[in-house]
Write a protein that binds this ligand. Structure first.
Ligand SMILES: [Zn+2]
Length: 115
């Protein structure tokens, strides 16, 4: 089975696995630890924000930022990580809604101009 066939046939769900993995296969279902991914992403960007002195390694993120991110993630409790993920998720939902409203507004304007 090639990659795309695997992805098409695989069942994916969102759920907490543990603080060390973004996903786990359990009984033929891939559980994606979206909370950990969203929280880690936010924390990674926070490290960049609070350490502007750390230079990027070309286009790649430096090992130092990744190390600091991992250290901070591991120091936080599951409930804090989940809270961060919920805040990020709310922002994603808000921005998705805004993008949809903007697109509807653009179409409406175009339609009115053509009347
Ligand atoms: Zn980075």
């Amino acid at each position: 089975m090639n990659l795309i066939d695997f992805v098409r046939k695989q069942k994916f769900v969102v759920g907490w696995t543990d603080e060390n993995s973004y996903a786990q296969m359990v009984n033929d279902t891939v559980i994606i630890n979206l909370h950990l991914f969203l929280a880690t992403t936010a924390i990674h960007e926070y490290i960049h924000h609070t350490h502007p002195d750390i230079k990027l390694d070309g286009n790649l993120c430096s090992k130092e930022v990744q190390r600091k991110t991992t250290k901070l993630v591991k120091s936080l409790s599951k409930s804090v990580l989940m809270e961060i993920a919920e805040v990020v998720n709310k922002s994603l939902a808000k921005n998705q809604r805004k993008a949809m409203e903007d697109a509807l507004h653009r179409v409406q304007k175009r339609w009115e101009t053509n009347q």
